[in-house]
Design a protein around this ligand. Structure first.
Ligand SMILES: [Zn+2]
Length: 128
């Protein structure tokens, strides 16, 4: 595991927390690249870990022409959420581990918020 990747992930988690705080919505869809949950902001969907916009579609015919052409990343929504649930659970555990070690107040607040949001999302998924 390279240090570079770890730093990038931590930045991404912070960015997710910030985006949620700013009114972004956590989606029950994971990024095809990094498996972190995607965030919806102003009708656009982003992966804060990869730091790029992600297009979600059920079928390619759902997409406007220019989106098809610009399509860089593909995420298909499939009926089973179990993989996403597993991913979120894993991320909650990762965040919890970071929280245990953290001594920085700001970071503790951000991690707690992120864990709370992820837990809520997980709960909603199970209720559906
Ligand atoms: Zn990603």
């Amino acid at each position: 595991m390279s240090n570079e990747k770890t730093i990038k992930e931590e930045d991404g988690i912070k960015a997710i927390a910030a985006a949620l705080k700013a009114g972004g919505t956590l989606l029950n869809v994971a990024c095809p690249n990094c498996n972190y949950p995607l965030i919806k902001i102003d009708e656009k969907i982003y992966c804060k870990i990869c730091n790029q916009e992600v297009y979600i579609y059920r079928d390619e015919s759902d997409l406007p022409k220019e989106y098809k052409q610009a399509l860089k990343q593909k995420t298909k929504i499939n009926s089973e959420d179990t993989e996403v649930e597993k991913t979120i659970k894993g991320k909650i555990e990762d965040l919890r581990k970071k929280l245990e070690k953290s001594v920085d107040t700001d970071e503790i607040v951000k991690l707690s918020e992120a864990i709370d949001k992820l837990s809520q999302t997980l709960k909603k998924m199970k209720e559906e």
